[in-house]
Design a protein. Sequence first.
Length: 170
Amino acid sequence: MKFVVRERFFDIGDDYWVEDENGERAFLVDGKALRLRQTFELKDTEDNELAVIRKKLFTLRDTMEIERGGETLATVRKRMFNPIRDKLVVDLADGPEWEITGDLLDKEYTIGDDEGPVAHVSRKWFRLRDTYAVDVNTFRGDAGGDPALVISVAVCVDAMTGDSGEDDDD
C-alpha cells in the first residue's frame, strides 16, 4: 500500500499528515516542540497514538527509538562510518534486522531484510521538495507489513539525515 508524506516544516512542532493512495488522511505525524530531545507521535485519524518516536540522547551514533504502548518496538541507528554511502539499521524488538539502503538525503531508498523488501521510499514522482511516497509491502505477515511501523521508520530517516531540522531550537 502506498502512502504519501507531505511535510510542512514551517508549522510549530512539525506536524504533518500522511495520506493513503486514495488521498485519504491515514496518519498524523505530531512533532513535539520544546522538548529536550526530538520527539514525534504517530497518530491515526481518530487521534489515537500508534507510536512514539524519540531521539536517544548520549549515544555514539545517531539513534532513534520507536515505542508502542510504552515498549520499544524498534531502534533505528546509523551503521558505523562508511565513506561510500550512508546505511541505517532497524533493530526490531521481535524480528529480524532491517537495512535501509540508498540515497537517504534524496529520499530514494529501500527498507528490507533477508525476507525481501519491507518498503520503498521515493520522491521521484513529486515536484515538491518535502513530498515523497512510502510503498509498504503490506503482504508481509510480519512487522514489515505494519504501515504505522514503516512510516515511523521513514520519520526516523528524515530526522537522522537532518531533513527535519534537528538542529532547530523549536
